[in-house]
Design a protein around this ligand. Structure first.
Ligand code: IPE
Ligand code: IPE
Ligand code: MG
Length: 241
């Protein structure tokens, strides 16, 4: 890695990158195309970025694909997104295998369409033996929802004298074996989390970019990782990590 290591910067690439893929609709509207065309192109961008993340040996990558709030979009757009998920995942299983990626769902699967749910399950099973990079797809994901479901999971097993702890909340989050996110990238110009991985983002670094998600490629991702490597992370201490 061509990154200068100094005591004041992390000096290395992030272990876990979360990506808020925003700007698909605007990308399409600018071209007088339906918003759905932006989602179609957005999938291609995700593939370019996943390849680069694998090349850079980033162990964990989480994509914000569909939020708990996105159900409020027009019915047609929601149906398109669910269908896109279902169809594209099947056709990308070979790609994931080729780069050694294990694909996992992060979110409440109970509300997904059967087609989308089945596609995710098939993809999870087909890639279960790979571990070069873990690609989590946050679908019907919401940071609040994930914490509430975590607490509810614990409540079922709790005996009445126990109080909840941070460790218990973390242990019951979706995919709790995946470490907290180090770097959250958001394309599309907005500077907000939109309910993404709230618990695990507690000490994340943020990188906001104006470029719209369908325009993203390998270089954009690498630039964000290089920038991360030059940041000083203190985690509340006076010394650097
Ligand atoms: C992000 O792009 C994709 C999803 C939320 C599914 P948008 O669809 O939010 O694109 P903009 O923000 O409207 O341009
Ligand atoms: C965040 O984008 C959700 C995803 C990228 C899946 P949105 O476009 O839904 O976020 P807001 O509505 O601008 O906050
Ligand atoms: Mg948006």
């Amino acid at each position: 890695m061509d990154i200068e290591s100094s005591p004041q910067t992390s000096g290395h690439y992030p272990n876990h990158v979360g990506i808020i893929m925003d700007g698909n609709g605007r990308w399409a509207t600018k071209r007088s195309l339906p918003r759905t065309a932006g989602h179609y192109e957005g999938v291609k961008a995700a593939k370019r970025v996943t390849s680069e993340a694998a090349r850079l040996k980033i162990p964990y990558l989480t994509y914000y694909v569909f939020s708990t709030e996105n159900w409020q979009r027009p019915e047609k757009e929601v149906a398109y997104l669910m269908n896109l998920l279902a169809t594209r995942l099947y056709s990308e299983i070979d790609f994931y295998k080729r780069i050694g990626a294990r694909v996992l769902l992060r979110g409440d699967s109970s509300k997904l369409t059967k087609k989308a749910y089945d596609a995710i399950k098939v993809t999870e099973e087909a890639t279960a033996q790979f571990d070069q990079i873990i690609v989590s797809l946050a679908i019907n994901h919401g940071g609040h929802d994930e914490i509430v479901r975590s607490v509810n999971k614990w409540l079922v097993t709790r005996d009445s004298s126990q109080v909840i702890t941070e460790e218990v909340i973390r242990a019951n989050l979706d995919l709790s074996f995946i470490p907290p996110v180090d770097l959250i990238i958001r394309s599309g110009g907005e500077k907000r989390l939109s309910n993404f991985m709230l618990w695990d983002a507690a000490y994340a670094e943020f990188a906001f970019y104006d470029s719209l998600w369908p325009d993203w490629g390998a270089n954009d991702f690498k630039t964000a990782c290089d920038d991360f490597a030059h940041r000083a992370r203190r985690f509340g201490r006076v010394t650097y990590d």
